[in-house]
Write a protein that binds this ligand. Structure first.
Ligand SMILES: Cc1cc2nc3c(=O)[nH]c(=O)nc-3n(C[C@H](O)[C@H](O)[C@H](O)COP(=O)(O)OP(=O)(O)OC[C@H]3O[C@@H](n4cnc5c(N)ncnc54)[C@H](O)[C@@H]3O)c2cc1C
Length: 377
């Protein structure tokens, strides 16, 4: 058997591409397999927390090339339109996934990573070696596999991951619009059965992305009707829809978005990004977590290759612990917030408390975000 010294990364979203760039920067060989072509639009709120900027700098990624927007303010409203405004503690930037993922892909290729466009069908671990099989009949053997295949993939079913065997009732819709919206603002507005993020990305486009339950959505014939009758009941969202025009031919949708707990290491595959766990999008922290988890796993893999981490068992234990230490609390708080906001009486009561104590909203935001990543070189 020809065992490649390369590390195999399955999935080339933000997590997989960041891991590829990191590992190649420290001199390790990488093969990344991504089923889709770049560039491609993805359903996402497209607000990235600034906490990852020091790490992106360390990876020699100059995000000024993306012409992203600088976002420092938040408008938050309840279903009935009561609104509170605050400065974001760390702030963030607005960039489309179309541009961001492609930017990282080009950097990974420049660093010498092999990127293959193919669909991974199976990952089998036997006698300390992985065999990765693709739809085009490619068979790759390697010692380390990083799972970066996103929220829900065919591989989750192959691995019989618990969350994938259960139906999830969340779906999401996103499109870009032209119109007037401040560059430095992210709007997070609740509506009956969901919440919607509005912010600007590059090229003056407004990204509108919402998450809702299948139960709310199925009462309506189509997206237009749902938006008019449910989403736009929130007066702030109504005003955004009335003053903007969709640039996409039609909105993008995804279904079966699961926020259930996931195993961080499964079948010895080191999971990163959404494959390890997804935070509620209302926190606006999923992308930063995806990128940060890539950093954590790459640093440990480096130690494993240098024999500072002595065994696979130790590598897996250390990764699980570091992942939990960094992300478990944020995910839990995100879950609790989403649950509370689903109940309109509770969310109105919460809003009253936040209006009385304005310090509370930035405090809650801090609980769902990380601190600026510290780079020790
Ligand atoms: C509605 C919504 C709004 C959001 N808004 C925000 C926000 O504003 N800010 C924020 O920070 N986060 C947000 N998030 C979260 C954010 O989108 C994710 O956390 C982020 O995309 C995770 O990146 P990833 O690399 O883990 O996964 P992905 O970007 O999904 O990448 C996974 C990749 O794996 C590939 N893949 C899957 N299966 C296979 C296979 N079998 N073979 C080969 N390739 C495969 C896919 O094609 C994909 O490119 C939002 C999420 C949702 C659902």
């Amino acid at each position: 058997m020809n065992i490649s010294k390369e590390i195999t990364i399955v999935g080339g979203g933000l997590a997989g591409l960041t891991a590829a760039i990191h590992l190649s920067k420290i001199g390790l060989k990488v093969m990344l397999i991504e089923k889709n072509e770049y560039p491609k639009h993805k359903v996402c709120g497209e607000y990235v927390s600034n906490e990852i900027l020091p790490y992106l700098n360390w990876l020699s990624l100059d995000i000024s090339e993306l012409n992203s927007t600088q976002i420092s303010k938040l408008d938050f409203s309840t279903v009935d339109g009561q609104m509170i405004h605050c400065d974001l503690p760390l702030g963030g930037f607005g960039v489309s996934r179309y541009a961001f993922d492609y930017f990282l892909c080009k950097k990974a290729v420049q660093n010498g990573c092999k990127i293959i466009q193919d669909n991974v069908e199976d990952i089998v671990y036997k006698k300390d070696i992985f065999t990765v099989t693709t739809s085009n009949g490619k068979i790759i053997n390697s010692r380390i596999v990083i799972g970066a295949f996103g929220k829900r993939s065919n591989i989750d079913l192959k691995l019989k991951r618990k969350f994938a065997l259960k139906k999830s009732h969340w779906l999401a819709v996103k499109a870009h619009y032209s119109g007037n919206f401040p560059n430095d603002l992210v709007g997070l507005h609740n509506f009956e059965g969901g919440y919607c993020g509005v912010s600007k990305v590059e090229n003056d486009a407004i990204n509108i992305c919402y998450l809702t339950t299948y139960t709310s959505f199925k009462k309506h014939k189509n997206i237009d009707e749902f938006q008019n009758q449910v989403v736009a009941k929130n007066p702030h969202l109504r005003s955004v829809f009335e003053t903007s025009k969709m640039i996409f031919d039609s909105p993008l949708t995804i279904s079966q978005v699961s926020f259930d707990k996931k195993a961080v290491v499964e079948n010895h595959i080191l999971m990163i990004g959404d494959t390890a766990g997804l935070i509620h999008p209302l926190c606006g922290n999923g992308m930063a977590m995806a990128i940060h988890s890539a950093k954590i796993v790459c640093e440990l893999i480096n130690k494993f290759y240098k024999n500072e981490v002595k065994s696979r068992d130790e590598l897996e234990k250390m990764y699980k612990n570091e992942w939990k230490r960094n992300f478990k609390k944020r995910i839990r708080i995100g879950r609790l917030l989403a649950f509370l906001l689903q109940n309109s009486n509770v969310s109105i009561a919460l809003m009253k408390i936040m209006i009385t104590f304005p310090i509370l909203l930035p405090f809650i935001i801090k609980q769902t975000h990380g601190k600026s990543i510290v780079i020790k070189d």
